[in-house]
Design a protein around this ligand. Structure first.
Ligand code: HEM
Length: 281
């Protein structure tokens, strides 16, 4: 008979402060959204606002779950792995709340919801993303990991990279004129993807620098391409906006800032001062 463990317990049943803090923190956005709803701050369209907030958090949490592995290495925090599953499951919970709110918004008319998902491309993409997240959540239990076996489970869970890309695509497609929110999250995604590729080939320092530099540049290019094709803005003008003081701050600024902070953390956590011979004697 499998014993159910509390989310804040280690494998050996001991209390884990890290897991407890992350578990509580994952509820914070939901509590904040509900508090804003209850206080009337989401008027005049509270349900639409909640759809947007829960969608945002689902996408952010997917990216946060992808950040766990690099952060273990960059920040020399091996214990972080214990919270990756929790963050992934929370992403699914927010995505499910997002769909449920959409059902509420459509007056619980499930036939209409189904038809909209089938007919509107951005909703179809959202639905496929949700199914993918659901499959990963369902196979996240210890029993499922044992049943699938490590290598098969790992291969299946690599799908998270594709799922993250689909979530971002859904975000772009539903955006109106301004895609800054989607561009910002895409930037984090690209930085993580470059890091994943680079860390297998380069030393830690070079991989970290490459992921920030390439991630920011690729994001600027992608943003300019999107505006060119969707809005017919001149490509070079959009790219140039990244260097225009009047347009400050663009998403690339925040990406560079977070990238610089990550590099500082890496330096602080991985730097070991060499003792000079004189000091050692
Ligand atoms: C059946 C599944 C889904 C449905 C029906 C759905 C529906 C919607 C709708 C109606 C909007 C707002 C569009 C507007 O106001 O014009 C939206 C926005 C969004 N959705 Fe979804 N969605 C689904 C799945 C997902 C999933 C799985 C994710 C992420 C993991 C996600 C992330 C987002 C994001 C980030 C936004 C934009 C939020 C913002 O503008 O701040 N959605 N979705």
């Amino acid at each position: 008979m499998p014993v159910l463990k509390a989310p804040w317990s280690e494998r050996n049943g001991r209390f884990s402060p890290l897991k407890a803090i992350v578990f509580a923190a994952l509820f914070a956005p939901a509590i904040y959204i509900l508090w804003r709803f209850a206080s009337g701050a989401l008027q005049p369209k509270p349900v639409t606002e909640m759809i947007h907030h829960t969608g945002d958090w689902a996408a952010r949490l997917i990216l946060l779950s992808l950040l766990v592995t690099p952060l273990r290495k960059l920040g020399a925090w091996p214990k972080l792995i214990a919270v990756r599953r929790m963050v992934g499951v929370a992403a699914f919970a927010y995505a499910f709340a997002h769909l449920s709110l959409y059902v509420v918004d459509q007056s619980f008319n499930l036939v209409h919801v189904g038809a909209e998902i089938a007919l509107r491309f951005y909703l179809t993409i959202g639905f496929v993303t949700l199914l993918g997240l659901g499959a990963l959540t369902a196979t996240s239990t210890d029993a499922m990991i044992r049943r699938l076996g490590g290598p098969r489970w790992n291969r299946l869970h690599k799908l998270i990279y594709l799922i993250a890309a689909l979530a971002l695509f859904h975000y772009y497609l539903q955006s109106k004129a301004d895609v800054s929110g989607a561009v910002l999250l895409t930037g984090f995604y690209l930085m993580l993807m470059v890091y994943r590729f680079a860390i297998k080939r380069l030393p830690l320092w070079s991989a970290a620098l490459a992921s920030v530099a390439l991630g920011v540049s690729l994001t600027a290019l992608l943003e300019a391409t999107w505006y060119t094709f969707r809005r017919h803005y001149p490509f070079w003008d959009v790219l140039g906006a990244n260097f225009d003081a009047e347009m400050f701050p663009r998403p690339t600024f925040y990406l560079a800032l977070v990238g610089a902070a990550a590099i500082l953390v890496m330096v602080a956590r991985n730097y070991r001062p060499r003792l000079s011979l004189a000091a050692a004697e």
